[in-house]
Design a protein around this ligand. Structure first.
Ligand code: URA
Length: 240
């Protein structure tokens, strides 16, 4: 991990200006002439540590990405999970699928969508003529499993979001498919139902984004599979 001053330097934030009070020298340390000559630095607060963490993540490259996710302690989930689940696939993929968070199978393997919902996702990909790792990247909003698969807390989403943002910037996909409400509302920054978000081409930083149902939901609501298929065909058209 880059040091604090390396990050500040890369961001053009050096030298760090501190509040004058932090620097007040005793009269014996500063002669009268020196104190007259020394310019008073403008009062600019240092970026807080969170801003540095975000700047560090925004500068990550693939070789260090997974290790950085694995070392993250920004929310409490790192304490209860087994493996972090950064994402999997073709880093030059045109298609990016984003789910919610790892479940038990993903947490054990360190790979997204490897359980029952993952098998359905693989079938959906195959129906489109795609396959995991071939022109497809799969990621989640959260990189660590929430205990008992509970819904991600807003603080966890907020803490993990810079990693997803960085993945999207590095992959530069041509289409994003948001699988379920967590992915859709996180990426679109809205609070809305899947039903109201389906059937339209949204944008994430200019990249077309289509919303569909989460595969785990489809396993419980089989009739909606037909709607998910419509969404994928719609996404393929948006990509074309
Ligand atoms: N559900 C998700 O949202 N992501 C996974 O990786 C597995 C299940």
């Amino acid at each position: 991990m880059a040091t604090r001053s390396e990050i500040l330097g890369a961001l053009g934030l050096l030298p760090v200006w501190r509040r004058r009070a932090e620097f007040q020298s005793s009269p014996s340390e500063v002669g009268a002439d020196e104190s007259e000559a020394a310019p008073t630095p403008a009062t600019v607060d240092e970026p807080p540590d969170e801003a540095l963490r975000r700047a560090h993540i925004a500068a990550l490259t693939w070789p260090s990405f997974a290790a950085d996710v694995d070392a993250c302690v920004a929310c409490g989930l790192c304490r209860s999970r087994n493996k972090s689940v950064p994402g999997v696939g073709d880093v030059r993929a045109r298609w990016l699928f984003v789910g919610e968070a790892p479940g038990a199978d993903e947490d054990a393997k360190g790979e997204p969508f490897v359980g029952q919902a993952g098998r359905l996702l693989d079938n959906m990909l195959a129906a489109l003529g795609l396959a995991r790792g071939r022109d497809v990247y799969i990621a989640n909003v959260l990189k660590c499993r929430p205990p008992n698969n509970r819904t991600p807390a807003p603080l966890e989403v907020d803490a993990c979001r810079p990693y997803l943002d960085r993945q999207i910037a590095l992959i530069a996909p041509k289409i994003i498919v948001a699988l379920g409400k967590s992915a859709a509302t996180t990426l679109l920054n809205v609070d809305a139902s899947i039903a109201s978000l389906r059937g339209r081409v949204h944008r994430y930083c200019g990249v077309p984004l289509v919303v569909t149902y989460h595969p785990a939901y489809l396993l419980r609501n089989l009739p909606d599979k037909a709607k998910a298929w419509e969404d994928l065909v719609f996404a393929r058209k948006a990509l074309a």
